[in-house]
Design a protein. Sequence first.
Length: 261
Amino acid sequence: MGKDNIPCSVIPQGLVETLRQARSVLVLTGAGISAESGLPTYRNAETGLWSNVHVEDLATVTGFRRNPPLVWNWYAERRVPALQALPNAGHLALAEMERRVPTFVLITQNIDGLHQRAGSLRVIELHGSLGRVKCLGYQHVFEGWPATGEDVPPRCPQCRSRLRPDVVWFGESLPQEAWSQAKQAAKRCDVFFSIGTSGMVEPAAGLLQTAERAGATIIVNNLEVEPLTSPHRYQLNEQAGELLPWLVQAVWPDSSPMVTV
Ligand code: BV8
């Protein structure tokens, strides 16, 4: 074990030095970083959100138009644990990293809002947020969810069209400004982290290849052990909530301990 009980076998020394020198870090997160906050991921065979439902019925515009109450209620049920969940040490470590690295961009596919609650300031939500709703008529956006009355889903207070979760469904384009910022950041970063994502959803997953083509060091942290495909890649298969605090403390030893709030 190394300083502060950091298992040196986990953190390759070259990586610590690379991060210490980094001027621009880009992080892409997926559902895996919220797993230690108690929120389910999507594709885990037993516990995944999509292991026993049809995605096309619940995470597409067609599915919503076919059965608005079914889709509204499915998201309303997911919103409760997301609001109750606490940011874990992985979220907190990324908020600390943002304070330490000159240019730091955090892009998330997650819709749970935990990065913001952990203190990350610059968060790009590629797939929207469970914390917001918008209407079908004119895309009026509202923070928070209205109390459900007799109308399920509720109606927009401005134009009376149906409300829907402000998330990006399959077949929908990503928010233009968010996607543009993400592509730019991927072309400019020295280090690209992919944390807690299976990398199965495009175009978000392609950001890794964009960064790698631009010469960035790639660090992949998830639980799937995959063969390394390039000398510029690190594959770390520890839980993000353990790995990231270790990493931050190895690079910035004066950083405060990251414990779940
Ligand atoms: C679009 C919101 C243009 C809703 C989600 C090529 C190019 C462009 C598009 C496509 C393409 N090929 C196919 C497409 C279409 C489609 C797509 O990608 N389909 C896939 C399934 C093949 N993409 C789209 O439709 C996108 N739109 O491209 O616009 C366009 C326009 C019109 C027509 C065509 C194209 C929109 C995609 C957005 C979909 N919405 N979410 C909701 O959440 O309900 S996607 C959903 O999946 C979530 O956002 C989630 O974040 C994302 C990815 O899942 P992960 O986060 O990776 O979660 P997963 O369970 O898969 O993996 C968890 C990982 O964590 C695992 O690796 C595990 O090992 C790891 N882990 C677990 N615990 C831990 C951990 N790691 C570390 N520590 C732990 N403790």
